[in-house]
Design a protein around this ligand. Structure first.
Ligand SMILES: [Zn+2]
Length: 67
């Protein structure tokens, strides 16, 4: 599967981004920040290559989702 970071457009290894490094108290997946991360936004998982990109997306998702 081919994914790109919506912020910087770099390709993402989804398998690495989803690799489980532990469970939180709520059973949610912990993502290894060195391998990428993701964010659930309006029903869709978005994948990011770095936490920095995810933070930018979280602050203003429309900036990166707008056509
Ligand atoms: Zn990025």
């Amino acid at each position: 599967m081919n994914l790109n970071c919506p912020v910087c457009k770099k390709p993402i290894d989804q398998q690495a981004a989803e690799s489980k490094t532990g469970e939180t108290a709520f059973g949610a997946k912990e993502i290894d920040p060195s391998k990428g991360t993701r964010q659930f936004h309006e029903g869709v998982w978005y994948y990011f290559d770095t936490l920095n990109c995810r933070t930018k997306f979280t602050v203003s998702p429309q900036r990166y989702l707008a056509p």
